[in-house]
Design a protein around this ligand. Structure first.
Ligand code: AMP
Ligand code: GLY
Length: 436
């Protein structure tokens, strides 16, 4: 079978790498891919949101499964079009993707179906929003652009002045473009953050292993939010009670809600949660794998992923065995271009990739890279994700940084604290602002 992976980041390199290991797969195609996917797949020069051309390509190539990585093509209805053409597709249709594309849509669904989340108000005029904030007696308040904002559209505001500035930045200056035409002002939730990844085929839920991103650019969770600077899996395991609560109070009601709303969801649902004193509450839904969370999940999954993705795409998850996981931890360090998440340079030659790949238990996934002649050059803010497995977290961490240090380009940087243990000997707990 041929499998087409849509997207061109680290998540898609990891998916291609894993899918290419399947005995059922004769060829992996990746559109548009990057210099890393080209080593395990055939890159197709089509943008991930070029819906019509991708459908035509999948038909022409006789693809047996399409796996859609990023949110944009999902929001654009690529999965709907592929399914209409009879091609099994992993990823929700446009209606399901609106749970990520619009925080108003997802909040509305949660409120109507009594799925625990933060109370919120919606505003489409900045004056009204500021008037409401002036009357707020409890702080912080959380201000969110309604639409997609690459994980950067959320402002936790501790004072009225901060909140006013956030409203202006989002609604007047349109820092996130039209995504900020409407905002939500949300109750601040206190607790530890967690995220859950579950495969959903419309009715069956298959929860994947625990995994944690590091959202902020600086060590110790400082500085602005990014798409994700590093990953650890597994985490300290949640208690059985919390695990059950997440399933019973969040995941099952979400699947019921989607069915009642006529959303046929076939793909991965990534739920951001706050573990409050009153139990887990939803911060946000994403309708895709996290990046770099996916890289760690792919490293740790022992089973062939293709039958699992295919069963999910065909509504047959119930009929397959859940995946087996490598019990050993995985640490992934994102190597970024200087300036990221602000402006950064592209086109710098990357050296040392082969040497880094020789470090035992290391796989370097490419994100923003491009092949130019026989050189690999930087082509994005997050350039690579250096992953390592190990018998324990410290060993995995040491291998990941050993490989990272063998890679060079001008202005390369990474967080140095991915996988660091806190003094108590446990994984550093997720803190507010840790992911998005
Ligand atoms: P989001 O993009 O919605 O996941 O939000 C990004 C980050 O903002 C989250 O990971 C949280 O750290 C924080 N956040 C979002 N909503 C809330 C909330 N209601 N209360 C506290 N923190 C929040
Ligand atoms: N790493 C967070 C995300 O993909 O949204």
């Amino acid at each position: 079978m041929k499998v087409l992976v849509v997207g061109g980041g680290g998540r898609e390199h990891a998916l291609c790498w894993k899918i290419a290991q399947s005995e059922r797969v004769e060829e992996v195609l990746c559109a548009p891919g990057n210099a890393g996917t080209a080593t395990v797949a055939r890159n197709i020069a089509l943008a991930a949101d070029n819906v019509e051309a991708l459908v035509a390509c999948a038909k022409r190539e006789g693809v047996g499964l399409v796996v859609i990585g990023p949110e944009d093509p999902l929001v654009a209805g690529l999965a709907d079009k592929l399914r209409a053409a009879g091609i099994p597709t992993f990823g929700p249709g446009a209606k399901g993707a609106s749970l990520e594309a619009s925080k108003v849509v997802s909040k509305d669904l949660m409120e109507r179906h009594r799925i625990p989340t933060a109370a919120s108000r919606i505003f489409d005029r900045s004056g009204q929003a500021k008037g409401y904030l002036e009357g707020c007696s409890t702080w912080p308040q959380v201000i969110k652009a309604e639409g997609l904002a690459a994980g950067k559209g959320v402002y936790v505001c501790h004072t009225l002045e901060e909140a006013r500035q956030a409203v202006d930045a989002v609604m007047e200056e349109r820092r996130h473009g039209d995504s900020g035409a409407r905002i939500l002002i949300e109750e601040f939730l206190l607790g530890e953050e967690a995220s859950v990844f579950a495969l959903i085929d419309g009715s069956t839920i298959l929860i994947l292993e625990s995994v944690q991103d590091h959202k902020q650019v600086g060590d110790g969770d400082t500085g602005p939010n990014t798409g994700g600077m590093g990953v650890v899996s597994p985490l300290r395991s949640l208690s059985t009670r919390l695990h059950r609560q997440i399933e019973q109070r969040i995941l099952i009601p979400t699947v019921h809600a989607m069915r009642q709303e006529g959303i046929e969801y076939r793909g991965v649902l990534f739920v951001g949660l706050m573990m409050t004193e009153g139990g887990p509450r939803v911060i946000e839904y994403n309708v895709r794998f996290g990046d770099p969370e996916c890289q760690a999940l792919m490293r740790r999954m022992k089973s062939d992923i293709v039958p699992i993705l295919l069963a999910c795409a065909q509504g047959e998850l119930e009929s397959i065995d859940p995946p087996e996981w490598d019990a050993r931890p995985c640490v992934g360090v994102v190597a970024a271009a200087g300036g990221y998440p602000g402006s950064y340079r592209k086109g710098d030659a990357i050296k040392g990739l082969a040497k880094a790949g020789e470090v035992p238990e290391v796989v370097v996934f490419h994100a923003g890279t491009k092949a130019v002649g026989d050189q690999v050059v930087t082509a994005g803010g997050r350039v690579l994700c250096v992953t390592a497995m190990g018998p324990d977290l410290d060993t995995a961490r040491a291998s990941a940084y050993q490989a990272y240090d063998l890679i060079h380009w001008e202005d390369k940087f990474a967080r140095r604290d991915i996988g660091l243990r806190s003094p108590g000997g446990t994984q550093t707990p997720a803190s507010a602002g840790d992911r998005g």
